[in-house]
Design a protein around this ligand. Structure first.
Ligand SMILES: *Cc1c(COP(=O)(O)O)cnc(C)c1O
Ligand SMILES: [Zn+2]
Length: 428
């Protein structure tokens, strides 16, 4: 309730660019733009609704192409003010779309394969995109503390963005994350709290904090700012299509934690079609999970509409959300587009990390291993046509999850510094 009071008090003086309201994904009820995330009528999740200027796709395309080489080139399609790029921020996005010919040969893909490499973002994961939009919302609402419940990457992204934008930060993670994630979350100097429990416990705790007077003035990027946060993932769709020469690929393979990224990439693709920026054609959305945390792929394979929560046990900790908020929407999108949701086990994840590294020179974190591993499995099981053009998203950097590959990776040989010793090792 406290949160909604803040919303109505400040929403009049805010600048959200083309965004006009929040609308309920379940019942369609509309609300003024504010730091709220659930529908008052039905408790459904809220999302940002827009009024885009229409009628001049060429002009819009030229304006985007002349913009900064960051997500802000798409400011006309995001809930942000037009001068957003001038504000202090990390300028994430416009990461490389790598034409992955060697990986394609290895997997038998003949229709073209690209890896969208989001490890190139400022804090080395795709989370910088979503946080950047949430920060603008926090500025608009006059919030002072940035926070989140995180599986690791989000905590680092919030910590860094808060410093640059001048917010206090206090972020929450499960206490047993990888060292690389903990260091990345702590090094920017904000408060970092490890919670004894799973991500789902952390998330529940944060929901309680928001409802408490302690949480007044707090912007939880993925809770009360979630509608804005989610919009950041649309920029992956925009960039992929622009980098392909303003056209849709046939397939996109996307990792799933809460499912937000996948659902918003679909939203972004549809917007591009509606605005006339790309030609309409069918595309398929594929979701990727780790077997040890596969609530969505399990529901997909069983033909269920309901996602049953799981207790995660996987090396892909950034994807370890046992009760994914957007799970049912992911199922809808995979089914509507003719895609699928698959999962791979820990060994297949490690193999896929190494496969991507040795074919394309891209070192992915475990989530990237999930995506490439699932791509391989989708092809092997006939669920994805290798004659199609496919884009797979690498959402994070392997340096953050060294422990996953360290046990099976190391020097080819250790020798004395002599030519004889090198010859003896059989490497000459
Ligand atoms: C957060 C995250 C995702 C996807 O998260 P969603 O909650 O599904 O949007 C994917 N990869 C990495 C590395 C992440 O940190
Ligand atoms: Zn509703």
């Amino acid at each position: 309730m406290a949160v909604e009071t803040v919303a109505s008090a400040v929403s009049a003086s805010t600048d959200f660019g083309p965004a006009v309201a929040l609308s309920c994904r379940e019942c369609g009820e509309r609300f003024p733009l504010g730091p709220i995330f659930a529908c008052e009528a039905c408790f459904g999740p809220l999302e940002v609704a827009y009024e885009f200027p229409s009628g001049d796709p060429e002009g819009l395309r030229r304006r985007i192409e002349a913009g900064p080489t960051s997500i802000w080139r798409y400011a006309p399609l995001l809930p942000v003010p037009a001068d957003v790029a001038a504000k202090p921020n990390l300028n994430p996005g416009f990461t490389k779309l790598v034409k992955a010919d060697r990986l394609a040969r290895e997997l038998g893909v003949t229709g073209g394969l690209h890896v969208k490499d989001d490890s190139g973002n400022p804090t080395h994961s795709f989370k910088d995109r979503v946080v950047a939009i949430a920060v603008e919302a926090a500025r608009n609402f006059g919030l002072t503390t940035l926070s989140c419940s995180s599986t690791g990457n989000l905590a680092g992204a919030v910590g860094a963005a808060a410093v640059r934008a001048g917010f206090r930060s206090c972020v929450f993670i499960p206490h047993d994350l990888e060292a690389g994630k903990v260091v990345m979350a702590a090094v920017y100097g904000g408060e970092l709290v490890g919670i004894e429990g799973t991500y789902d416990d952390v998330n529940r705790f944060c929901s309680e904090l928001i409802g408490d007077p302690i949480g007044e003035g707090w912007g939880f990027t993925n809770v009360n700012l979630r509608p804005y946060y989610g919009e950041g993932s649309k920029t992956l769709a925009y960039e992929i299509c622009e980098q392909l020469g303003w056209r849709l690929p046939d397939n996109i393979v996307i990792p799933i934690a809460s499912g937000s990224q996948l659902t918003k990439i679909d939203k972004g693709l549809q917007e591009l079609v509606k605005l006339g920026l790309v030609e309409d054609k069918p595309y398929r959305i594929y979701g990727a999970q780790a077997e040890g945390c596969s609530p969505v792929s399990t529901a997909f394979k069983a033909g269920h509409d309901v996602v049953r929560p799981q207790k995660p046990n996987t090396i892909a900790k950034s994807l370890a959300i046992g009760n994914p908020a957007d799970g049912p929407y992911v199922l809808d999108i995979a089914r509507r587009t003719g895609g699928a949701v698959e999962d791979v086990n820990d060994e297949q994840i490690v193999d896929a990390i190494k496969l991507l590294a040795r074919t394309e020179g891209i070192f992915a974190e475990t989530a990237g291993g999930v995506t490439i591993g699932v791509l391989r499995k989708l092809i092997e099981t006939g669920q994805l046509d290798p004659a199609d053009e496919t884009v797979a998203i690498n959402t994070g950097d392997g340096l953050k999850t060294l422990d996953a590959v360290a046990p099976t990776t190391g020097p080819t040989a250790i020798i004395r510094p002599t030519l004889d010793s090198f010859r003896e090792a059989g490497l000459a």
